[in-house]
Write a protein that binds this ligand. Sequence first.
Ligand SMILES: CC(=O)N[C@H]1[C@@H](OP(=O)(O)OP(=O)(O)OC[C@H]2O[C@@H](n3ccc(=O)[nH]c3=O)[C@H](O)[C@@H]2O)O[C@H](CO)[C@@H](O)[C@@H]1O
Length: 357
Amino acid sequence: MSKTETIVFTGGGTAGHVVVNLALMPEFIEEGYDIHYIGSYEGIERELIEGMNGVTYHGIATGKLRRYMSLENMKDPFRVFKGLLQARKLLKKLKPKIVFSKGGFVSVPVVMASRLTGVPSIIHESDYTPGLANKIASNFAKHVLTTFPETDNHLPEKKAVNIGAIVRNELFEGDPDKAAQFTGLSKDQPTLLVMGGSAGAQSINQAVREALPQLLKHYQVIHLCGKGKYDDQVKQPGYVQYEYVTDELKDLLALSDLVVSRAGANSIFEFLALRKPMLLIPLSKQASRGDQILNAESFKKRGYADLLEDESVKAPTLIEAVNQLYSQKEQYHENMTSYQPKQTKEDVINMIIRTMK
Ligand SMILES: CC(=O)N[C@H]1[C@@H](OP(=O)(O)OP(=O)(O)OC[C@H]2O[C@@H](n3ccc(=O)[nH]c3=O)[C@H](O)[C@@H]2O)O[C@H](CO)[C@@H](O)[C@@H]1O
């Protein structure tokens, strides 16, 4: 296979539908492949990918999965159809050897277009059960790579390949000294990282801010609160907040002893790979399809995490759960040590290369 071949990546809507692409693309760029990304005009994928060295970004029209009534819902089929035509035109022009999709609504027309133009595609699903976009797209794809082994039961027969988590290399290169310098916190204090998912979580933010007087007696707190959720009224020594971090995340994780987080699949597998004991507060069933609850329950069952329901997150329950997690951190470390992804990133890269037409 000549290295000047083209690969198209797609996926978006949330950071969780981009990160695996971020982990894989640099490997192919280094090998000399021509990398293109098809995302939406204005989703987070554009922010995370456009401007990345070695990747050309193409925006297309996309519908959205809303869980509420809106006039916009009626326009979505037309947007998806427009996206399909745009994706087909792009694939005809770029002539990729493969399409790799991380899911999210923008990816559906791209995977459908790959089938229409005879380009093989591989999908990645990181949640315990597949999202609607991947469920639809799986009908047009050659393989669906899964993170949780249980996910394979929810996918078309013979398409699922359980590989385990794909984590960005850079996350293993964190430096606590750099984090201490960036945050102004001490390098030698127990440190708690709070992360409400890529968009932040109001219930977690509120409970953490209310619990601060107690938490700060024992821990320093790094709070990733989500875009637009920074609260400049909350200022205390030992507490720092950021809406969203990119390059600094690896250092912040290296400084942290414990994590309190939503149960987005990519985040929790990153914490697992870095052996960070975690308290998971999954997004409720009212606000989602319940995938995070299944992710979190599976981690609790395996002894990697403790679990608190979103409805019961209040300052006292949070403080109690964090203290308990800290007191049992060695046990969590031990449980997490046994986790090894089924396939390495190199195995996955080789599978992608083997599937190229
Ligand atoms: C509300 C919603 O739809 N959530 C879904 C979304 O979550 P979400 O987009 O939060 O996805 P994940 O937790 O899977 O991934 C978030 C990614 O963002 C990174 N990160 C986060 C904060 C930050 O400041 N900097 C940073 O780089 C994390 O390290 C991680 O790699 O996709 C996940 C994967 O399909 C699903 O499990 C979630 O249910």
